[in-house]
Design a protein around this ligand. Structure first.
Ligand SMILES: NC(=O)c1ccc[n+]([C@@H]2O[C@H](COP(=O)([O-])OP(=O)(O)OC[C@H]3O[C@@H](n4cnc5c(N)ncnc54)[C@H](OP(=O)(O)O)[C@@H]3O)[C@@H](O)[C@H]2O)c1
Length: 337
């Protein structure tokens, strides 16, 4: 089958290749991929940024988000059958959505939301799972709470805004001038144009900040929290919890605690909290999230679509910051849905 594989770590490490179809384990479903979407994580994995923690065996197929049709099921699979239209963010070490077929553990897969095309559904899993795990599992966001979501026009931010509104929060976000209107249409109550204004001068008393930029943005984010408030960063620095989540040796937990020492100290001094977050595959959460798409509470934001054979171009589009808003999808059948 055709696939995009990482042969060696680095900027030029991914290429189109002919590879064997994946083997299907007892718990796996084989999915004929209709569409996949690009995440900044694809570039990071290709560059080897996580190679000490997520130990892929080279070469491997890249791609963290897929939607497609089940063509085979393993002997232990239940709840999914041949012909089902599904979507998934396969677990770490079992990625491989930039291919004609992918075998996915049944626990990572869910029926695609009925109201979305396969093309639209491919834009959803990673960012929507991250949104759910941040707002529901970690921060337990309640109606009336104040939430600041940075980079509201991004694939992640555009999804988190919508879920935070659905949970009843008052939502502030940061965007550039061109995407302010989009952020408001997604439900943001306050939009700070980061090209004109410093959010930390106008916002205060927040229960939660989601940082996806890091560095100075994260440090300033701590100052807009109310006492006891929580800053979650999806870009780091990582903390020991992340090493534990990945089952990494305990010394890596210590290393990560050192990496995040400065920001944790700053947070303590301000009487607020800091946590790093890295999303996890979860098919049962994707089922719940799917219902929110079907009821119109959430909608995918798609920037552009590339044909499958231009997957590397699609990755470059995201990597070079050329998206206007939302996700980039690669489609096996561009005109079919
Ligand atoms: N840890 C996790 O589980 C997890 C999960 C999902 C994503 N992430 C990370 O989160 C980051 C964002 O992911 P994504 O999928 O949303 O990427 P994306 O679709 O490329 O979006 C990035 C967004 O950031 C905006 N931006 C750039 N500079 C900004 C600033 N100073 N203030 C506000 N917005 C700014 C960009 O808008 P402009 O057009 O204005 O530049 C763009 O809309 C990536 O680093 C990704 O790896 C982590």
């Amino acid at each position: 089958m055709k696939a995009f594989v990482v042969e060696k770590y680095g900027k030029d490490g991914a290429r189109a290749a002919e590879v064997p179809e994946p083997t299907v384990g007892d718990r796996d479903v084989l999915v004929k991929v209709s569409a996949a979407s690009i995440n900044p994580l694809d570039k990071m994995i290709r560059n080897g940024e996580f190679k000490q923690l997520i130990k892929h065996k080279l070469p491997f197929v890249l791609g963290h988000d897929v939607a497609g049709v089940v063509t085979r099921v393993g002997s232990a699979v239940h709840g999914l059958k041949v012909g089902d239209e599904v979507y998934a963010r396969p677990r770490d070490l079992r990625i491989g959505g930039f291919a004609e077929f992918i075998a996915i553990d049944m626990d990572d897969v869910a029926p695609k939301p009925a109201s979305l095309t396969l093309h639209e559904a491919a834009a959803v899993p990673l960012v929507a799972l991250a949104a759910w795990q941040i707002l529901v599992d970690k921060a337990h966001v309640k109606p009336g709470q104040k939430v600041l979501i940075h980079a509201g026009a991004g694939g992640l931010g555009s999804t988190v805004i919508q879920l935070a509104k659905h949970l009843g929060a008052t939502v502030a976000t940061t965007t550039d001038t061109d995407t302010e209107k989009l952020a408001r249409s997604l439900g943001a109550d306050i939009v700070v144009d980061y090209t004109k204004e410093d959010f930390s001068k106008s916002l205060s008393g927040y229960d939660l900040v989601l940082d996806s930029l890091g560095g100075a943005n994260l440090e300033k984010s701590l100052t807009v929290l109310k006492p006891g408030g929580l800053a979650i960063s999806v870009v780091g620095p990582p903390d020991a919890r992340f090493a534990k989540q990945l089952g990494a040796p305990s010394f890596l937990g210590l290393v990560m605690n050192v990496l995040s020492r400065k920001v944790r100290k700053q947070a303590r001094a301000l009487g607020v909290r800091y946590q790093f977050f890295f999303m996890q595959a979860n098919g049962s959460q994707l089922r719940k999230i799917g219902a929110l798409y079907d009821s119109g509470k959430l909608r995918p934001v798609i920037d552009s679509t590339f044909p499958f054979d231009q997957t590397l171009k699609a990755m470059a589009h995201v990597e070079q910051g050329r998206t206007k808003a939302g996700k980039v999808v690669v489609s096996m059948v561009p005109d079919n849905d």
